[in-house]
Unconditional design. Structure first.
Length: 195
C-alpha cells in the first residue's frame, strides 16, 4: 500500500494490472446492470444498489485517476468471493454439514479480509498517505466511499452471523433475501429439507 503512490500521478501500470482491474470492473458493471434490470423485488435491493454504485465510482475514478490501490481493494474482495461462492455451491447440495463448515470458513475470511484488512487499507489511504490528485476532493471522497463499503461489510457480517446462530439454535438457515429456508430435517431422499 505504501508504494501504491510512488511516482504518482505518472505511475506506469503493468499489463496484468490493467487486465485485472478492467476485468473486475467489467464484472461489477455487469452486477450493477443485473441489479437494475432483474433484482428490484429482492429484499436487499437498496443495499446492493448502493454497493454497486459505490463500487463503480471507486473503479471508474480510480482507473481514470491512475490510483493503484483499487486493485488492492478489489483483490481483498475477490478472495472472499471465492469462499462465499463455494459456500453457495455446497448449500445447493445434500451435504449441509459441508455447507455449514464452509459458511463458518467464509465468515472468517469475510471478517479478516473485508473488515480487518479493508479497514487497515482505509486507515492508510485516508490518514497516513499524503497523495495529490487532480482534485483535492479525490482522497476524501475515496475515503468516504471505502468507509461506506466497510460499513456495508460489517452489516452483512452481522446478518450472516445471525443466519449461522439461527441454524445452530433452531436447525434452520433462512436466506432472507430469496426467502429460502434450509432445515436439518431430512427429506424423503435423505437430504436436508429445502422449503
Amino acid at each position: 500500500m505504501w508504494h501504491a503512490f510512488r511516482d504518482f500521478p505518472y505511475i506506469e501500470q503493468t499489463p496484468l494490472y490493467s487486465y485485472y482491474f478492467t476485468g473486475t470492473m467489467g464484472y461489477h458493471m455487469g452486477g450493477l446492470i443485473n441489479q437494475i434490470l432483474f433484482k428490484r423485488k429482492q429484499n436487499d435491493f437498496m443495499e446492493m444498489m448502493f454497493h454497486h454504485i459505490v463500487t463503480m465510482y471507486l473503479y471508474v475514478f480510480g482507473y481514470m485517476g491512475n490510483i493503484r490501490t483499487g486493485a488492492v481493494v478489489s483483490f481483498l474482495h475477490d478472495i472472499t468471493d471465492i469462499s462465499v461462492s463455494w459456500t453457495r455451491v455446497w448449500a445447493e447440495t445434500r451435504h449441509k454439514a459441508v455447507a455449514a463448515v464452509s459458511f463458518v470458513f467464509a465468515q472468517f475470511m469475510w471478517a479478516y479480509f473485508r473488515i480487518y484488512w479493508l479497514g487497515n487499507c482505509i486507515y492508510v489511504l485516508v490518514f497516513q498517505l499524503h497523495w495529490y490528485a487532480a482534485s483535492p476532493y479525490m482522497q476524501p471522497s475515496f475515503g468516504f466511499m471505502l468507509i461506506c463499503l466497510l460499513v456495508l461489510h460489517v452489516y452483512w457480517q452481522y446478518l450472516m452471523i445471525g443466519i449461522l446462530l439461527n441454524y445452530a439454535n433452531k436447525g434452520v438457515a433462512e436466506d432472507t433475501v430469496n426467502n429460502v429456508r434450509y432445515s436439518r430435517a431430512k427429506d424423503e431422499d435423505g437430504g436436508e429439507k429445502r422449503e
